[in-house]
Design a protein. Structure first.
Lengths: 323, 314, 289
């Protein structure tokens, strides 16, 4: 069955280091489903988004298959690629940098509609004002005439979300949409995204480094480490009962409000990029439950319980992480 | 915006007043008495001396002389040429057209060719880019009089495509006669505009907002035009404006080299023939235009970039 | 006090910078020993040889008045290098002193200096040189003085902002607390620390001065014929160009372009990105970029 998005064995190599930045990534998103993609910086989350819309740096080599709505992205050229991009909008992390500073908000919002749908300025602006209202930006007519520097970060991110929704997409790619915002605005913007997505039955790939946030807004969550998927499962069970030692460590590293800890849990060592990863399990060097064979063979992503996990000791550790 | 414009207007007026004072004060700091300076060392009949004394109020205190002169200048009376015995204003008016046409022609070349070569280099890394970078590095250092000599040698004497000297008559002939001078005047500025365009467009193409535009499926040509080039408009137009302002003074060089009867060439010959009223008149007009164009460039940059907080720069 | 010393660094010239420096040194050497390289008199004209081709003893041939081109080119190198040297030395000295005084003393003096500089920007160097030639008579001295004055605001504005930044640094404030005199701090610490900036600007401005002086001489308002100077030679060779003998103009013009490129490249290498705008182009924007 083809979903809205299917990644199969996606491997991306950048010019330079021999090892790939994305290593055999396979994920799929069904119609209307939200998938969280969680990991530390350098784990390949953003690279996954870029590979889907083919925004990779020059010279990048791509293997594997990316399908959006059943259409293979890798073979698209020219107008066909632009048409795909038009309906798979990306909400970027830093709206201040990702919106052209010398053009008006109106120009930004209507650019896609006017290019792809050939709408008149007037009707494009009408739609934009309606959507601004939906994402919680009041006084849209005035906003259209304003420049990005006149808007706060939270407002600007709402504008970016409105621009994404204007394309009437079936799949939304959100690359840490709230990371660059203040804590208070983060929650508001996130709530808006969540609500709008559910209303429209929109599928979403949601990139974040925050396991709890992913659990809150996504149906399923995938955990990435060093360019590989470590675990994919229904968000609730992944958060409550992690199977992979890395997921468990991530969950433990987040200070909990309920339990008082004497000191914050940390994961020893530093996060690796895919090209630094050792031959066996990428997490081996930092794993508290390491065995000899973890270094020898690379664990494949295999079905377990209600999801998939890439750890040879997953069954045994299940009990350990319960406590 | 209004406050900013008012501030710029006041600065402009102050600069114009002071520079006009400098132009006028030349008369009294020159060795010998002002009368001798105005006469350019010629011995004048008593009638003419009386006319000069009256016209320049030489029997009045210095500041009064200046005020009178400035008052006349503002009304368009810049005195009389001692050599040609004609009103300086009329002499300037009859030559200004050539200079204005020359500078506009050169400005057009600078903008069109400069932006085109810069874009070409920015969008075609590799051999095309290297060619543009190397050739502009050399051309940027070619002063207008050397460019004039080379263009005359190649296109007028060697290939005989275009005339080397004179103004020509009629529109088409006039344009033909202005073509080599305009290219000589524009050469160095074109190269620097090309370099700035290349750097700025490259920088913009690497920006995140360009990534956004590409990720939304906007055709690349439109991305370049609406985002990379539009965002480079401030540095490009600022530099282009600067070079156009500089051409107001440098036009004299190509006018001399190509025997055009423009303001600059006339200024040089007035200096050589010690026609002081003409020197003052043309200097005043040129300085005023230079300051005016530069103010327009500044205001234009403020209008093009919404982030320039009017009054102070980000 | 290590801050004072730490700011010195040997600039990396790179192959291009080294080539530029070599060109400049070669030009200076040729200008110094030049007349010894040829027995010909730069001012002796022999109309029988007008536009004559190169021949033994006259390696570059003759100009339109039958004067030896090599001798004129080498003699011309002297004025063409000494003129800009004076312009740069004068404008740097005045600009630096004015800028440091304004930056250090601040207050009304700084305001007055800034206002005066603002007005001085209104005069492109070449235009001021023409005005000065009209008032005091044409000649190299008038031209040098006029250009030096016209360059001062460009130097002064850049140095002033650099001096202001330096002044706020802790080591200067430490010296003040220790009771060091203002002049001593300026001379012993501020100026040495600004020296790399000033040297880079001086190099760049040498090239600008060379072009502007050549323009003034091209007008006949700078170096007076029959004295040899590259600007004069470009002008006097123009009639030759029209008759198909471009050697004089091209040699002189080519020498100017070569040296200007060299000074530009070297100045670019020496500067750390801070660069005063080209005089006669634009007053305000573009200083520290």
């Amino acid at each position: 069955m083809t979903g809205v998005l299917d990644l199969n064995g996606l491997t991306v190599r950048l010019p330079g280091p021999d090892r790939p930045v994305l290593d055999d990534v396979s994920l799929s998103i069904a119609e209307g489903e939200a998938l969280g993609l969680v990991g530390e910086s350098g784990s390949g989350k953003s690279m996954t988004v870029r590979a889907i819309v083919r925004l990779l740096p020059a010279g990048a080599q791509v293997e594997g298959v990316v399908r959006v709505g059943g259409v293979e992205v890798g073979s698209l050229r020219g107008a066909a690629l632009r048409e795909l991009r038009a309906v798979v909008p990306v909400v970027f992390q830093d709206p201040r940098a990702h919106i052209n500073p010398v053009r008006t908000i109106g120009d930004f919002l209507t650019e896609g509609l006017r290019t792809h749908r050939r709408l008149s300025r007037r009707s494009a602006e009408d739609r934009a004002v309606r959507l601004l209202d939906e994402v919680g930006v009041a006084d849209g007519q005035r906003r259209l005439r304003q420049y990005p520097h006149e808007l706060s970060g939270g407002l600007l991110q709402r504008v970016m979300i409105a621009a994404a929704l204007l394309a009437e997409p079936r799949l939304l790619l959100a690359d840490e949409p709230t990371t660059a915002l203040d804590v208070t605005t983060q929650a508001e913007v996130m709530a808006a995204v969540d609500e709008l997505r559910r209303e429209r039955g929109l599928a979403m790939l949601f990139i974040t480094h925050d396991l709890e946030l992913a659990a809150a807004v996504c149906d399923r969550t995938a955990v990435m480490y060093a360019g590989r998927v470590m675990e994919v499962r229904a968000s609730a069970s992944l958060h409550e009962h992690p199977l992979h030692p890395y997921t468990a460590a991530l969950a433990a590293a987040r200070p909990s409000l309920e339990r008082r800890a004497d000191r914050l849990a940390t994961i020893p060592g530093r996060p690796l990029s895919a090209f630094e990863a050792p031959d066996g399990c990428a997490f081996a060097d930092r794993c508290a439950h390491i065995r000899e064979r973890c270094r020898e063979e690379r664990p494949a992503l295999r079905p377990l319980g209600d999801g998939q996990v890439a750890c040879v000791r997953a069954e045994g550790l299940q009990v350990v992480f319960r406590d | 915006m209004a406050a900013y414009l008012a501030r710029r207007a006041i600065m402009l007026a102050a600069t114009l007043v002071v520079s006009s004072f400098v132009v006028f004060a030349g008369l009294s700091v020159a060795p010998g008495n002002p009368l001798a300076t105005l006469a350019g060392g010629r011995s004048l009949p008593p009638d003419s001396v009386r006319v000069l004394v009256e016209r320049y109020h030489l029997d009045e205190p210095f500041l009064v002389q200046y005020a009178m002169w400035l008052g006349n200048a503002v009304r368009g009376d810049l005195g009389v040429s001692i050599v040609l015995r004609q009103d300086v204003s009329d002499l300037i008016a009859s030559r200004a057209g050539t200079t204005i046409a020359l500078v506009l022609y050169a400005a057009l070349i600078v903008l069109v060719a400069g932006v085109a070569f810069g874009l070409l280099a920015a969008l075609r890394p590799g051999i095309v880019d290297s060619l543009v970078v190397i050739s502009t590095a050399v051309v940027v250092a070619i002063p207008p009089f050397v460019a004039a000599i080379v263009l005359i040698g190649v296109f007028a004497v060697g290939l005989r495509w275009l005339p080397a000297l004179g103004n020509g008559s009629g529109l088409w002939d006039g344009i033909r006669h202005l073509t080599l001078p305009a290219f000589a005047l524009a050469a160095s500025a074109t190269a620097s505009v090309a370099r700035v365009t290349r750097t700025s467009v490259r920088e913009q193409l690497d920006r995140e907002h360009v990534q956004t535009a590409i990720s939304r499926g906007i055709p690349y040509a439109a991305v370049v035009r609406r985002h990379a080039l539009r965002n480079s408009a401030v540095p490009i137009s600022t530099l282009a404006g600067m070079t156009v302002a500089s051409m107001i003074a440098l036009a004299a060089v190509v006018e001399r080299a190509f025997g055009l009867n423009g303001l600059g060439a006339y200024l040089v010959s007035a200096v050589l023939s010690k026609d002081f009223a003409v020197v003052q008149g043309i200097s005043l007009v040129l300085v005023a235009s230079f300051v005016l164009v530069n103010t327009l460039v500044d205001v234009g940059a403020a209008a093009l970039d919404p982030r320039i907080k009017l009054g102070r720069r980000s | 006090m290590t801050t004072t010393l730490a700011t010195y660094r040997t600039p990396r010239l790179g192959p291009l910078g080294t080539a530029a420096a070599t060109v400049i040194v070669a030009a200076v050497v040729l200008a110094a020993i030049g007349p010894a390289l040829t027995s010909a008199d730069p001012n002796a004209s022999d109309f029988a040889h007008a536009y004559g081709a190169p021949e033994p003893g006259h390696a570059l041939g003759y100009d339109g008045q039958g004067r030896d081109l090599l001798a004129r080119l080498l003699t011309g190198a002297r004025t063409s290098l000494l003129g800009p040297l004076w312009v740069v030395a004068l404008s740097m000295a005045v600009g630096t002193v004015v800028a440091i005084a304004a930056a250090w003393l601040g207050g009304w003096l700084d305001s007055v200096v800034s206002a005066v500089l603002e007005v001085m920007f209104a005069f492109p160097g070449v235009l001021l040189a023409m005005l000065v030639a009209a008032v005091f008579g044409p000649g190299l001295t008038s031209a040098v003085l006029a250009l030096a004055v016209a360059y001062v605001p460009y130097i002064a504005r850049l140095v002033r902002s650099a001096a202001l930044a330096e002044r706020r640094k802790p080591y200067v404030q430490a010296l003040e607390v220790q009771g060091a005199g203002a002049v001593a701090i300026c001379v012993r610490h501020l100026v040495p620390n600004l020296m790399p900036l000033i040297t880079a600007q001086a190099t760049l401005f040498f090239g600008y001065a060379m072009v502007d002086l050549a323009i003034v001489s091209f007008f006949g308002l700078g170096v007076q014929p029959p004295d040899a100077d590259w600007g004069v030679m470009v002008a006097s060779g123009q009639s030759g160009v029209l008759q198909g003998y471009p050697a004089e103009s091209l040699l002189a013009g080519g020498s100017i372009v070569l040296l200007v490129v060299a000074f530009n490249v070297l100045g670019e290498r020496l500067s750390d990105g801070r660069r005063a705008p080209r005089p006669g182009w634009f007053p305000r924007r573009g200083g520290v970029s």
